[in-house]
Design a protein around this ligand. Structure first.
Ligand code: FDM
Length: 212
C-alpha cells in the first residue's frame, strides 16, 4: 500500500514600513504561487473582520483611546484567535502569505514611550514562526517621495522612523531584505524565487515557534 504523505504549507510573512508596497506584493504573491501550482491563502494582520479586529480598527482610526499595553495585547490576541485557521491551512499543505505579523506588533508598540521591545515580544511568543520574512526596504528619502501618509494613527514621519529602527533589531536568518524601489514586476520576481525556495525547503519540517 502506498500512502502519500501531505507536506505542510509554508508560512510567509511580508513586513516593511508603511508605503513600501507590502500589501500589493503579498496579494500578488498569493496569485503567483497559486498559478505555479502551489495553493496559497492570503491573510493580513490586523484582521479587522473579527470582534477584536473591530476594536483595533476603531483605535487605528482614532475613534477610541486605549492604554498602550492594552492595545498591544489586543493586536496580539487578534493573531492568537486566528491560530487554529493558520494551523489547519498549513497542515493541509496550503501556504499562507500574511501581510504583517508579530513583527509589526512589536516594532509599532515598542516605538511608543515606555514600551520595551522585550516586553512587547512576550505576548506573541509561541505563535508559529514564519519560514520566511520578506522585508520590503524603502529608504527614508524614498518614503517621503512616495507621498503623504494617510490619516491613521501611526502614519507620522517621526513615528515611522522609530518603527524602521526597531525592525533592525528583529531580523534573523529567515529574513530577506528586498529593495522596494524595484518595479512591481521585478520585485515580484525576486519574491517569488525566495518563496519557492522556502516552500520546498520546509515542506517536511516541523513548524517552529516564534521567540522561544
Ligand atoms: N500594527 C499592525 C500594530 O501596531 N500592531 C500590530 O500587531 C499590527 C499587525 O497597525 F500602522 C499597525 C501597523 C499599521 C496599522 O496596518 C495597520 P495596515 O497594514 O495599514 O492595515
Amino acid at each position: 500500500v502506498v500512502t502519500s504523505k501531505v507536506c505542510r504549507g509554508a508560512l510567509i510573512v511580508m513586513e516593511g514600513c508603511d508605503r513600501s508596497g507590502k500589501t500589493t506584493q503579498a496579494k500578488l504573491l498569493k496569485k503567483t504561487l497559486d498559478d505555479a501550482g502551489k495553493p496559497t491563502d492570503f491573510m493580513c494582520f490586523p484582521d479587522r473582520s473579527t470582534q477584536i479586529g473591530g476594536i483595533i480598527n476603531n483605535y487605528l482610526k482614532c475613534g477610541t483611546e486605549l492604554e498602550d499595553h492594552a492595545i498591544h495585547l489586543l493586536f496580539s490576541a487578534n493573531r492568537w484567535e486566528l491560530l487554529p485557521k493558520i494551523k489547519m491551512t498549513l497542515a493541509k499543505g496550503t501556504n499562507i502569505v500574511i501581510d504583517r505579523y508579530a513583527f509589526s506588533g512589536v516594532v509599532f508598540s515598542a516605538a511608543k514611550e515606555g514600551m520595551s521591545l522585550e516586553w512587547c515580544k512576550k505576548s506573541d511568543t509561541g505563535l508559529p514562526k514564519p519560514d520566511l520574512v520578506l522585508y520590503l526596504d524603502v529608504s527614508e528619502k524614498d518614503v517621503q517621495k512616495r507621498g503623504q501618509f494617510g490619516a491613521e494613527r501611526y502614519e507620522k514621519e517621526e513615528f515611522q522612523k522609530r518603527v524602521r529602527a526597531n525592525y533592525e533589531l528583529l531580523k534573523d536568518d529567515t529574513w530577506r531584505i528586498i529593495d522596494a524601489s524595484l518595479s512591481i514586476d521585478k520585485l515580484q520576481e525576486v519574491i517569488k524565487e525566495e518563496a519557492l525556495k522556502v516552500i520546498n525547503k520546509t515542506k517536511d519540517e516541523k513548524i517552529p515557534e516564534l521567540w522561544v
